[in-house]
Design a protein around this ligand. Structure first.
Ligand SMILES: Nc1ncnc2c1ncn2[C@@H]1O[C@H](COP(=O)(O)OP(=O)(O)OP(=O)(O)O)[C@@H](O)[C@H]1O
Ligand SMILES: [Mg+2]
Length: 222
């Protein structure tokens, strides 16, 4: 059996609030294999975005161990924390948010090229990724010349063009209408499964969550 792309052991995180420490995640343990997807659901404030931030090193856990693509981060050992996570994000972790966050001064294809180059890839396949995601005709347009759905498809093309081991998606279809959201989700799952990377998807959308292999509901925790 292949080893997990993502493994979490005993992950805990809390925040200071009014002089107290409020737990958001407590002792979370799970793993995601290549080609698998995990939906993270739960009410607003249950910790979905916090979990995704921990999984790409944008926040530090209070306890536990996170392993991504064979690289382990033990919360009791913060040596080189920022450097190691930055390198992992650059090469192996694709992040998609609710809004596309494209560079406004670059065309769609230039945005995709930039992300592939940052990951250390020579490039050349950027237009094909945009075509595969249904925005090949818009490749030379700038972000302010395309719709929200088209920009989000370009954001997915950026992520796939970097050949990530892990994709973290926080409400990736949250700003789209139902029809466009379904189309963008079709593209996301199709390419993710075929490319064999793992996906962690935070969402309020139960239908979207139901398309993932595994479900983590944070509502009941801690
Ligand atoms: N930097 C921070 N400092 C203090 N508290 C924080 C911080 N970030 C998040 N929190 C708190 O942690 C809890 C979880 O927040 P988080 O953003 O992870 O929720 P969420 O499940 O993503 O919510 P939503 O569905 O609204 O996006 C909330 O109570 C929030 O107020
Ligand atoms: Mg959130």
């Amino acid at each position: 059996m292949s080893s997990p792309v993502l493994a979490i052991e005993g992950l805990s995180k809390g925040f200071a609030s009014g002089g107290q420490r409020v737990s958001v995640l407590t002792g979370l343990t799970l793993s995601v294999l290549p080609g698998e997807s995990l939906a993270v659901i739960g009410r607003s404030g249950s910790g979905k975005s916090t979990l995704l931030n921990l999984l790409c090193g944008l926040q530090r856990a209070d306890g536990g161990v996170i392993t991504v693509a064979g690289e382990s981060f033990d919360s009791s050992d913060n040596r080189d924390f920022d450097t190691r996570w930055a390198e992992l994000r650059r090469r192996s972790i694709g992040v998609v948010f609710q809004d596309a966050n494209l560079m406004p001064a670059l065309s769609l294809v230039e945005n995709v090229q930039l992300r592939a180059n940052l990951a250390g890839l020579a490039g050349g396949g950027e237009r094909r990724w945009l075509e595969r995601l249904g925005v090949g005709a818009e490749a030379d347009r700038y972000p302010d010349q395309v719709s929200g759905g088209q920009a989000q498809r370009a954001a997915l093309a950026m992520v796939f063009a970097m050949a990530p081991s892990l994709i973290l998606a926080d409400e990736p279809t949250g700003s789209l209408d139902r029809h466009t959201a379904d189309e963008v989700a079709d593209c996301l799952f199709d390419v993710q499964r075929n490319s064999g990377c793992a996906l962690v998807l935070a969402t309020h959308d139960r239908e979207l969550a139901g398309r993932c292999n595994h479900l983590l509901d944070l509502s009941g925790t801690p």
